[in-house]
Design a protein around this ligand. Structure first.
Ligand SMILES: [Zn+2]
Length: 299
C-alpha cells in the first residue's frame, strides 16, 4: 500500500441512493412519491436528526404523514424504489432514539444513512441560512425539490453553496509527515494542513499556497487522492499529498498555526501512546490520509 493510492473509505462519501435529479422538477412524480406508502423522510433540525441508540445507530425515518409540514427536499431513491425526502422541523421524541449530528454518528451510520444525513444536513443548513436573494434582497422560494431557491422578484436562481477546501498530507524525503496545531485547538490536537480554495485558483495552487502561508514551505509533486462532503457547515474536502524538503526551517504563521513539526511513524506512534498527541477522528479525510501513510489504523 502506498499513500499515493486513492482513499477507499471516507465516512461521509458513502451514500448509496440514486439522487434522481431529473425528477426534481417533475411535480406529478414528486406528489406520487410523497404519497407512496414506502416513502421515508429524514427530519433535520439545526444539523441534527434522530438516530437510534446503541453501538450501530441508524437514522429514524418517518412516513410522510408523520413529518413536519414544510418544504421537502428530494434526497433520492434506493434500488427497491423507496424514495427518501428530507425536511426541517422539530425532532419528535421517540423512545430509544436521540438527536445526533454528523460529527457524532457520521462514521457510525451505515452507508445509506450516512449519505442521507450528509445530504439532508447540507440542505438544511443552506435553506436555513440563505433565505434571501443576493441580488435584490427579496425572500426566495424553494424549487427543484429543495435543490434551488428562486427569487420571485427578478427570477434569479440560487444553488446550494459548497466551499471547496484542500487538505494535504505533506511528506519529506525521509517519509516523515508534517503535523500542526491550530491556535484554538486543544493542546494535544494535531492534524495535517488545510485551507479554503480562493477565487481564481486551482486546487493544486491552493495546496501550494496554503502550505507556504501556514508553515513557509514550498511543496512539489501535488497529487489528488479523493474527496468527501463536509457539510459542517458547507465544505467539500479535497485530499492531496505533496512533497517538501524536510531541511527547510518551518516558519509557522502564528495567526493560523501555533506549532508544526515533522513526524516519523515511530514518533507519531510514541506521541499517541504517551497521550501527548490526539490525531484527527475517523470522520475526517485527514485521519484517512494519515492512516494511509501509517499503513494501519492509528487507534
Ligand atoms: Zn432577487
Amino acid at each position: 500500500m502506498t499513500h499515493h493510492a486513492p482513499l477507499e473509505w471516507l465516512a461521509l462519501a458513502r451514500g448509496t441512493l440514486d439522487r434522481v435529479a431529473l425528477n426534481r422538477r417533475d411535480d406529478a412524480w414528486l406528489d406520487d412519491a410523497w404519497t407512496a406508502s414506502g416513502t421515508r423522510v429524514v427530519v433535520v433540525q439545526d444539523g441534527r436528526a434522530l438516530v437510534t441508540d446503541g453501538p450501530e445507530p441508524a437514522l429514524v425515518l418517518v412516513p410522510p404523514d408523520q413529518a413536519p409540514n414544510g418544504d421537502r427536499w428530494l434526497l433520492g431513491e434506493d434500488e427497491s424504489g423507496t424514495v427518501y425526502f428530507g425536511t426541517s422541523g422539530p425532532l419528535p421524541t421517540i423512545e430509544g432514539a436521540r438527536p445526533a449530528g454528523l460529527r457524532r454518528v457520521g462514521a457510525l451510520l451505515g452507508d445509506r444513512d450516512s449519505g442521507l444525513l450528509t445530504h439532508a444536513v447540507a440542505l438544511e443548513h443552506w435553506h436555513r441560512t440563505h433565505r434571501h436573494c443576493t441580488r435584490c434582497g427579496a425572500a426566495t422560494r424553494v424549487a427543484s425539490a429543495g435543490h434551488v431557491r428562486v427569487c420571485p422578484e427578478d427570477g434569479s436562481q440560487h444553488f446550494p453553496r459548497v466551499d471547496p477546501a484542500v487538505i494535504m498530507l505533506v511528506t519529506d524525503e525521509a517519509d516523515r509527515i508534517l503535523l500542526a496545531r491550530g491556535p484554538q485547538w486543544p493542546a494535544d490536537r494535531r492534524s495535517i494542513l488545510a485551507g479554503f480554495v480562493e477565487p481564481g485558483e486551482s486546487l493544486e495552487q491552493a495546496v501550494a499556497r496554503e502550505v507556504r502561508e501556514e508553515v513557509g514551505l514550498p511543496v512539489r509533486d501535488i497529487r489528488y487522492l479523493g474527496s468527501q462532503p463536509w457539510p459542517l457547515p458547507q465544505s467539500l474536502m479535497l485530499g492531496f499529498t505533496a512533497s517538501a524538503d524536510g531541511d527547510v526551517p518551518l516558519r509557522p504563521d502564528p495567526e493560523e498555526i501555533s506549532d508544526a513539526a515533522w513526524y516519523t511513524r515511530d514518533e507519531l506512534r510514541a506521541a499517541i501512546d504517551a497521550g501527548e498527541l490526539v490525531p484527527p477522528g475517523p470522520l475526517s479525510i485527514a485521519a484517512q490520509l494519515i492512516m494511509r501513510w501509517y499503513g494501519r489504523p492509528l487507534c
